[in-house]
Design a protein around this ligand. Structure first.
Ligand code: GLN
Length: 251
């Protein structure tokens, strides 16, 4: 199967090796006989609902976010329709913040958001930096952990009733207070976790690929055949133990 990926603003939103997440999607899809067709969606491109099965957007400094925010907000209708049609989406840090209603910089300048996720973000004085460990339950009754690295000034506030991606075991997460991290809306996952995220959390890559394949086939989400993942498990364990040891220190 050919999985069609829309990579939003790869030239602007790509820090801490976020682009590596695309390589993980491609490799894990190929190991199951599928192929990833990645199309860059930039300033001059439109979002065509139905044309992509999986969208991806990485993180970025305030400067890069300010360069793309208005253009990304103009793609709101297309993104919302695409997601309502069952497309999957992974957004990391700066990209995650711009999926909310707005991101207010430390200067007070407010960058418009897509308004796809029920949240808003306000930058604080001190950056939240370090290793992070979360507990997630994307499927009822199936608890798993996510390990990664965060570096953000933004404090993200979820609307009441909004679903977080996970509960913080170690680290700051959305705002350093709520104990929550990220946001999940159907097949959309937003998170502060860099690293890149997916090499040390292959189960999330597979979960997103499964959703994308379901969109591609129009059928139910069928779990992908498991892979050995010994190296990935080791990377996860190292990252998780670093988070437990150090997570959650202001810069
Ligand atoms: N510029 C945003 C912040 O500082 C996002 C940073 C990032 O993507 N790592 O919060």
């Amino acid at each position: 199967m050919n999985i069609r990926v829309g990579h939003l603003y790869p030239d602007y939103l790509n820090i801490y090796a976020d682009r590596g997440n695309i390589a993980v999607f491609a490799r894990r899809a190929a190991w199951r006989g599928h192929e990833l067709a990645v199309e860059e969606i930039g300033m001059d491109s439109r979002v065509e609902p139905g044309a992509h099965d999986l969208y991806y957007v990485g993180g970025g400094q305030d400067r890069e976010q300010a360069l793309v925010a208005r253009n990304m907000a103009e793609k709101a209708a297309g993104l919302k329709e695409a997601v309502a049609g069952g497309a999957a989406l992974l957004a990391v840090c700066g990209g995650y913040q711009l999926l909310g209603r707005f991101y207010r910089e430390r200067s007070g300048v407010e960058l418009p958001g897509v308004g796809l996720l029920p949240l808003h973000t306000v930058a604080g004085e001190r950056r939240m930096i370090g290793d992070v460990l979360l507990e997630c339950e994307l499927e009822p009754g199936r608890r798993r952990t996510l390990a990664g690295f965060e570096n953000h000034a933004g404090r993200t506030i979820l609307d009441s009733g909004a679903q977080p991606l996970g509960r913080v075991i170690a680290g700051f997460g959305n705002d350093g207070e709520s104990g929550l991290e990220g946001c999940r809306l159907e097949r959309v996952v937003g998170t502060y976790l860099h690293g890149p995220l997916l090499p040390r959390n292959p189960w999330l890559a597979d979960w997103l690929l499964t959703q994308a394949l379901a969109h591609r086939t129009g059928g139910a989400a069928e779990e992908l055949e498991p892979l050995g993942d010994a190296l990935e498990a080791e990377a996860h364990a190292v990252s998780a133990s670093r988070a437990r040891a150090r997570g959650g220190r202001y810069s």
